[in-house]
Structure formats: structure tokens, C-alpha cells
Design a protein around this ligand. Structure first.
Ligand code: PMT
Length: 400
């Protein structure tokens, strides 16, 4: 996303192997016209040299709380006042803990306490350290102080573990901050559907699919960071969303339809990312169906209502973004669904591939409108979600 105005960014680097990515991050902000200054903790200097960051930023690196060269020797106050935005990337578990208890015995802690700037935190640590209740309690307390967390991402870690703890990629951090600062969807009401639906056959069996909800949840988070008032209608998934999002959990396609129909009345945009079951059993047995030794089991299915199609036809002046999950001729099917379902955007993804689509943290998508076609290369679902929300917010019929 292009930069709408240049800001003073204070990039704070703490002790983590991910510190090498801070150099790219600094470059990205400079390339997009922002003024950047660097603050490094002592442990950050074990991973990347202040000289490297000085060369990239064109400014000397701030390291000491007591700085004789600063005006009135109060470097922390000057830095705190200078920054429009403070980004701590990477942010270690130790730093999160120190910030949570409001420590001011080093430059970073003092600047954070003294500043009124928006603070963004991109954590980086071992997955167990991130998941630890002590860290999670600290994160919660910083969120209550309005600090915005970006990531961490899931993936292979320097220690060999695989899980949530990697610092998000520089582009994702940059785009999230742009989106969050620009707030192009301020005041807009957005409904996002996510995950699968479950159509019960009997009390213990159901028809469903492999949707994890990751793509839909990433869209809900991106829309919320962009200033929208987001309601997330989620099928049965094991994901969490941030407190700013109103979440409604459903099981069946019928429940998803009924919630969507109620909420669409006041909404501006509907994003249908859920993998809604097209069919459900005509009869739902009250008791578990017994296995018959002699006969095969036949289950008759009825067609479910097409949620997005029915809403777009009832509310033609609202915006609708649908998804298209196919295993062959993906783009052709997407173009047909765009028209048949009465959508403004359709996002096509190939769900035959193991490394994208269902349940993966990544996706590769093509976005169609009636006039355009945009291909977005394989990337994290978080980054793609930001790009999709940017497309929606830039849609000129939409910005008033
Ligand atoms: O959840 P993840 O694991 O992250 O995976 C993401 C995803 C692959 C589920 C997602 O990217 C995706 O493709 N979602 C749409 C899945 C789907 O149902 O596609 P479809 O081509 O069958 O449906 C087209 C559109 O109609 C979708 O917007 C769908 O939400 C909507 N629909 C479909 C059936 C129905 N009864 N009602 C609907 O509203």
C-alpha cells in the first residue's frame, strides 16, 4: 500500500535472532518516505551491529538512557516526543515482560513510558515462550494499554521448533502499520464469514470440510485494524480473534445464513470466506444411526441456501466479496460465480494444492471484479488479507 503521509518512526530493536530482519524493515520505511530513527537494546547489539543500522538509517543509533549529547541530557524525552509511531521489532519475551511492568531503567522502557505515540509490537521468540501464560498475561496487559501486536507468525524457528513465535515478515509489518494508521475503513461495518459449517447426520456424525478459518480470521483482523467495525461469523474452528471483533459462533449453514441475514441490514460490506456446505441431510437422526451388517447406508441431502448470493440480490447497493474454492479451472469458475452470485469481488484460490488454500498459513489468489483481474503471489494469509482489505477500501465507489 502506498504511503499517504510521511511519519517519524522510531524503530526499536531488541535481542532476538530476528533482529537481522530489522534492516529490511528500516529500508522499507525509508523507501516509502518516512523518517526513521533506531533504538537498540544491549542484547539487540549481540545480533546486529549498531553500525549497520546507523548506515541504513543515516542517523546514529540511540542506546543509552543517559545521553550527554542529547539536549538537556534527556534523550528519552526527546525521542518520545519526536516519534509519531514506535515500532518494537523484534520484540523479545523479556522486553514484553519489562514493558508490561512499566520498567524505565533502560532507554526503551523510558521512551515507551514517556511517549504518546501509537506503539506497535512485532514479537519474536520460541513458540513455548510465546504460548507461556506469563507471556500471554503480559501481552494482554500491553493490549489494554492500546499497544498493537503484529504477529508473531507461525513457522520453523531458529531453534528447530515449528509454531507461533517467528517475527512477521517486514512487508506484513509495514502494510499492517500503514493500514492501521490510514484507517480507510473507519466507520464502516463489515461482516466476515469464516471456517467450515457442520451439517449433522446424527448426534455424532456430520458433513463438513477442511476449512480452518485462517483466511477469514485474517480478513477480520485486517478489517478491524483498518478501522472497520467487524462482526465475524465463525463456523466451528479452533482460532481466537482480538477483542475489538464481535464474534458469533455458528455450526450449520442455516445458522450462518440466519445470523448473516440479521446483520447485513446495518452492514456496508459482506465478505464470504466461509466454506459453507452446499448440502445438508434431509433427516437429522435424533439418535446415533446403527451399523447394519447387511445394507449400505443412503443419506439424502437437500440443497442449502446460498448465503452470499441471496444477500447480494436482496441488497444490491452493499459491497460483496466472495471467495471461490475450486480444484480445476479455478479462474473460469471464479468469473462465472462473480456474475451468478452478484458480487463486486471474487477471490479465487486453488484448493487442490497442499501448501495453500485449506488449512495452510499461506495462500495464492486471483481477485476478479467485473473490470479487473489481479493476481497476488503466494504469501501468508495475514499479508493477503491486508492486501484484500486495501483493495476493498480503495474501491472508489466505496470511499465517500
Ligand atoms: O479456512 P482456511 O483453511 O483458511 O481456507 C480458506 C478457504 C479455502 C476456505 C477460503 O480461501 C475460501 O476459498 N473460501 C470459500 C470456500 C467456498 O465455499 O467456496 P465456493 O466456491 O464453494 O463458494 C463461493 C462463495 O459462495 C463463497 O464466498 C462462499 O462463502 C459462498 N457460499 C457458498 C455456499 C453457500 N451455501 N453459501 C455461500 O454463501
Amino acid at each position: 500500500m502506498e504511503n499517504t503521509q510521511s511519519s517519524n518512526i522510531l524503530l526499536c530493536i531488541t535481542g532476538s535472532i530476528a533482529a537481522y530482519k530489522s534492516a529490511d524493515l528500516a529500508r522499507l520505511f525509508i523507501k516509502n518516505g518516512h523518517n526513521i530513527r533506531i533504538l537498540m537494546t544491549d542484547s539487540a547489539c549481540e545480533f546486529i551491529t549498531p553500525l549497520t543500522m546507523q548506515a541504513i538509517s543515516g542517523n546514529s543509533v540511540h542506546r543509552n538512557l543517559l545521553d550527554e549529547s542529547a539536549e538537556q541530557a534527556m534523550g528519552h524525552i526527546e525521542l518520545a516526543k519526536w516519534a509519531d509511531i514506535i515500532l518494537i521489532a523484534p520484540c523479545s519475551a523479556e522486553t514484553i515482560s519489562r514493558l508490561s511492568s512499566g520498567r524505565a531503567d533502560d532507554l526503551l522502557g523510558a521512551v515507551i513510558l514517556a511517549s504518546k505515540a501509537q506503539i506497535y509490537i512485532a514479537p519474536a521468540m520460541n513458540m513455548n515462550m510465546w504460548a507461556n501464560i506469563a507471556t500471554q498475561n503480559n501481552v494482554e496487559s500491553l493490549r489494554h494499554r492500546a499497544m498493537i501486536f503484529i504477529g508473531p507468525s507461525k513457522g520453523e524457528q531458529a531453534c528447530g521448533d515449528n509454531g507461533y513465535g517467528r517475527m512477521s515478515e517486514p512487508e506484513e509489518i509495514y502494510e499492517t502499520i500503514q493500514m492501521s494508521e490510514n484507517k480507510l475503513l473507519n466507520g464502516k461495518k463489515i461482516i466476515v464469514t469464516a471456517g467450515p459449517t457442520r451439517e449433522q447426520i446424527d448426534p455424532v456424525r456430520f458433513i463438513s470440510n477442511n476449512s480452518s478459518g485462517k483466511m477469514g480470521f485474517a480478513l477480520a483482523e485486517a478489517a478491524s485494524k483498518s478501522g472497520a467495525d467487524v462482526t465475524l461469523i465463525a463456523g466451528p474452528v479452533s482460532l481466537e480473534c482480538s477483542d475489538q471483533i464481535l464474534r458469533i459462533d455458528v455450526n450449520t449453514a442455516a445458522e450462518m445464513y440466519s445470523e448473516s441475514k440479521k446483520l447485513i441490514v446495518d452492514a456496508d460490506i459482506f465478505i464470504g470466506c466461509a466454506a459453507v456446505a452446499d448440502y445438508s441431510p434431509i433427516i437429522q437422526n435424533q439418535n446415533k444411526i446403527k451399523k447394519s451388517s447387511s445394507k449400505d447406508l443412503q443419506i439424502s441431502l437437500k440443497k442449502n441456501i446460498d448465503i452470499i448470493s441471496s444477500l447480494s440480490k436482496e441488497y444490491p447497493h452493499k459491497k460483496f466479496m466472495g471467495f471461490c474454492a475450486e480444484t480445476e479451472n479455478v479462474e473460469e469458475h471464479a468469473k462465472i460465480k462473480l456474475v451468478e452470485k452478484g458480487l463486486d469481488f471474487i477471490v479465487a484460490n486453488d484448493v487442490s494444492k497442499k501448501d495453500i488454500g485449506f488449512d495452510s498459513d499461506f495462500n495464492e489468489i486471483s481477485v476478479f471484479t467485473k473490470e479487473s483481474h489481479t493476481h497476488l503471489q503466494k504469501a501468508s494469509k495475514n499479508l493477503l488479507a491486508i492486501q484484500l482489505i486495501n483493495m476493498l477500501s480503495k474501491d472508489n465507489q466505496f470511499i465517500h
